[in-house]
Design a protein around this ligand. Structure first.
Ligand SMILES: Cc1cc2nc3c(=O)[nH]c(=O)nc-3n(C[C@H](O)[C@H](O)[C@H](O)COP(=O)(O)O)c2cc1C
Length: 137
């Protein structure tokens, strides 16, 4: 089945506690699993960056719902294109809190490396991955 990759950034409407972030993650995981959606969510204390992967119609409907969430605002799609394969195959959703210096990014790194191995071009060609790198710096 063909899939799309959608990346957006948004501004948190307030400072998120780890409890609030975990609640977003819990609901996202549950819902995404049933919709064949995978992805990753980053929070840096003020902004969210999320990558969503799945069937186009599903993603568009999901994005419409997420966009209306009062926990963030000024959401902007940076990228929404067909993808040959998923980058985040292991997670219906995964969260990295970049505020938390203890956050272990190793698992995610492995995932990106695995994706890169499947198609050598991904590192250079996937804007989603490039954006994630920029966001993390
Ligand atoms: C930054 C952010 C990311 C979110 N990501 C997802 C997501 O990937 N999947 C999802 O179902 N809900 C996500 N949500 C939550 C949705 O906005 C919404 O609250 C939720 O889908 C409602 O679920 P329900 O219809 O089961 O009550 C996110 C919310 C925020 C603030």
């Amino acid at each position: 089945m063909s899939i799309n990759q959608l990346v957006y950034v948004s501004q948190a409407t307030r400072k998120m506690s780890s409890i609030e972030l975990n609640e977003i993650l819990r609901v996202a995981k549950n819902n995404n699993q049933t919709m064949d959606v995978t992805g990753s969510l980053f929070y840096n204390g003020g902004w969210f960056l999320q990558v969503l992967e799945g069937p186009l119609d599903t993603l568009n409907a999901l994005y419409k719902k997420i966009e209306k969430d009062p926990r963030h605002k000024n959401s902007r799609i940076l990228y929404n294109e067909p993808a040959k394969f998923r980058t985040f195959t292991r997670w219906s959703m995964n969260m990295t809190n970049l505020e938390d210096r203890q956050a272990d990014k190793y698992e995610q790194l492995i995932e990106v490396i695995e994706a890169a191995k499947t198609d050598r071009k991904i590192g250079a060609a996937s804007p989603a991955v490039t954006l994630l790198k920029i966001f993390k710096e």
